[in-house]
Write a protein that binds this ligand. Structure first.
Ligand SMILES: [Zn+2]
Length: 319
């Protein structure tokens, strides 16, 4: 083997080593530059995710615990609600007995049904305060004629008032959705009347979480319903509603100059002379009625009246 050949062999061996070292360096560089940071990011993200997962698991457990507590509270509320309803049914059955006893002379007690039309108004809260103070129950015949907001407090929704009446044991009645008894309004046909009744029932059920009004007050009274009254009554009967007018008009809708707390008291005193069971017509927007109410309650209490909310089986409710 010649010198040159050996040098050549040594040269190609050297080149091979150089190339191998080069590849090795490149591979290490690639691992260092590309793979390590990439996996480093992946590991960091994995750590982040698993921490988040642990957090979510904890949140889930908390939510489940809270859900269990809420379900228990709901069951408790439902039990309480059932208790209230059965107590109310019992009260109404006593009230029906009392009505009979009063009518046939078996009791010298008297009953006053305070009815308040056209709400909800913000003023309704004032009436509720008075009723709470005297422990008086009443009936509110509600309409949506004034729209979705309270007419005397435009930033408060009308529906938010509905549970307030129920909370204190008052009855909510149906005074039609539109209250429009002009030409082409609710009294133009039995169907348009029933449509307005149904719409108001739906509004009430939604606003109260399921309360179904069963007593209707015709806007203006049955006397203003006109020639289609028979069909309307048939419609109400078919759909399980009773209806009621009043035995005494408080006068609060008679217009300026024709009504005042004094005139209201005069009306009440007149009725108390011979009405053993009285149904008084008031309006929720009336400041005069609000002012007169404490005197009305005090006077009628002296006259041996008790104040009850209306119920379907009352003899005063037509059906
Ligand atoms: Zn009305």
């Amino acid at each position: 083997m010649g010198k040159t050949e050996r040098q050549g062999k040594r040269g190609s061996w050297g080149n091979f080593i150089l190339i191998a070292v080069g590849i090795l360096i490149l591979a290490v560089a690639a691992v260092g530059v590309i793979v390590v940071p990439r996996y480093g990011r992946v590991f960091a993200e994995y750590r982040k995710y698993s921490a988040e997962l642990r957090e979510s698991k904890k949140e889930l457990a908390d939510a489940q615990k809270k859900n269990t507590e809420l379900l228990a509270a709901r069951d408790e509320l439902q039990a309480l609600d059932a208790e209230v309803q059965s107590l109310q049914a019992e009260t109404f059955s006593y009230a029906a007995e009392l009505e009979k006893a009063i009518t046939n002379g078996g009791s010298n007690k008297r009953i006053c049904y305070i009815t308040i039309d056209d709400g909800p108004y913000y003023r309704g809260r004032k009436f509720l305060e008075i009723f709470n103070k005297y422990d008086v129950k009443a009936t509110f015949f509600l309409t949506t004629a004034n729209g979705d907001m309270l007419p005397d407090h435009g930033d408060i929704s009308a529906s938010s008032m509905y549970p307030e009446y129920l909370k204190y044991g008052h009855t909510i009645g149906n005074h039609t959705y539109s209250h429009n008894y002009g030409a082409g309004g609710i009294y133009s046909s039995a169907e348009s009347f029933m449509k307005s009744i149904r719409k108001q029932d739906e509004f009430t059920e939604k606003a109260t979480g399921g309360y179904e009004p069963v007593i209707v007050r015709f806007p203006g009274g049955t006397g203003t319903a006109g020639s289609e009254l028979g069909g309307m009554i048939e419609g109400l009967r078919k759909e399980g509603h009773g209806w009621i007018d009043w035995t005494i008009d408080s006068s609060d809708s008679w217009g300026t100059g024709n009504t005042s707390p004094k005139i209201i008291m005069k009306q009440i005193k007149k009725a108390a002379k011979d009405q053993k069971i009285m149904v008084i017509l008031f309006h929720e927007w009336s400041e005069n009625s609000q002012k007169a109410m404490p005197q009305v309650i005090e006077y009628l209490t002296e006259q041996n009246y008790i104040f009850l909310p209306l119920f379907y089986d009352s003899m005063m409710v037509e059906k």
